[in-house]
Design a protein. Sequence first.
Length: 399
Amino acid sequence: MRKYYVSEWSLLRKEEVVELPEDFEIHSDYLKFFEKDEIISAVKKIREMFLNIYQDMADFPERFKMPMIEINKDEFTPMGSPPAKALSSKTAPFMFFDALINFLISGYIENDELIINDSGTLKEANKNYKMMEQKTYQIKNADIIYSQFDNYGLYIRGLKNGKFIKDNPTIILSYPDDPVLLSVLKWMADKAHKFNRRLDFMQCQYRFLQDSLDSLCFGKGIDYVINQLHTQEERDCAYEIDAALRKRGFVSQIGTLEDCIVLNYHVLYYENEKYIGKLNKSNFMISSSPVLEKFERMRMPCVSSTQKKLFLRIRVKNIQNGAEFIKQCSDNLRSFFIPGDTGCGNRPNCEGEGLAGAQSYIIDGVNYWKCGCGIGKFIEFQPCVKDIEDYIKLGELCN
């Protein structure tokens, strides 16, 4: 574990940068300006740039004037969460990229350079930007952020030590090593800002370029999760589960959960549209999450354990209704119910509090228990294609 909270968070954000296929489609709107190979090459360079930025934030947080709050396990909460004073470190790695987006959307491309004719436009953009929540933030230490641009091949003219110059409204940004890159970077920033998908920009989402200049279609369904997965086997499994649920009439909603430090991308499935937006009313959830033990997501995990994997969550509101079916399920699925759950270690309190999901059930005359702590009335596991029908049947019987 590194010395500062912000270093750990920077590495986690680096893990969230999407992997690029060797080849991918580019919308014809962009092919009017450059060849496909040029655009793909630029995206790959942008991804490498972003990875370097996150790594440098982790290694040299002082360079970016990050919150220098040291990790101290003695200050963790009883659940193992970082203290409140560390929360500013959680979003700090995003600040650089928000400042970059604001810079790019404030100007236009001409002669392979980005030109901002009115520095006031950039100042206003930095005063009123929304990151991941509805709250409006202000970019802090913008001059420090701008002073780091040239470390990544982005050169600014019209500022002095990263600060605005009085009576000099024009600011110019260039990327001499590859002029195509600057245009592609601006296309991505414009779309991220217009459609409120800034987080996708920070992850170098190449699929921005697969829709027209004025539209954004990706990320409205299961691909929202699939973009975070690392193996074709998991991607195929997510597609199969999604297709099976849709075939049965389930309606879906995409979203993002943040378990203290880790962003978990998910699609929720409901049997009725009136329940959309209510997590505890969802029947199924497909998500990309790190492989962590129960409650571990509340802690500061080792970065090497945070690679996203495919998970399926099933609501089991009344396990007894599915007791007979559970006996014929696969070993993996059956193991969630037999021999049962040791729970939180305080079953009397768990029962007394009436926590959603805490329940007992009987299979072949044996009484078992499911704790209500953690994920309540749900079970969660890494799914496989061969058991999809069992997953859906179990979800139907237990609700």
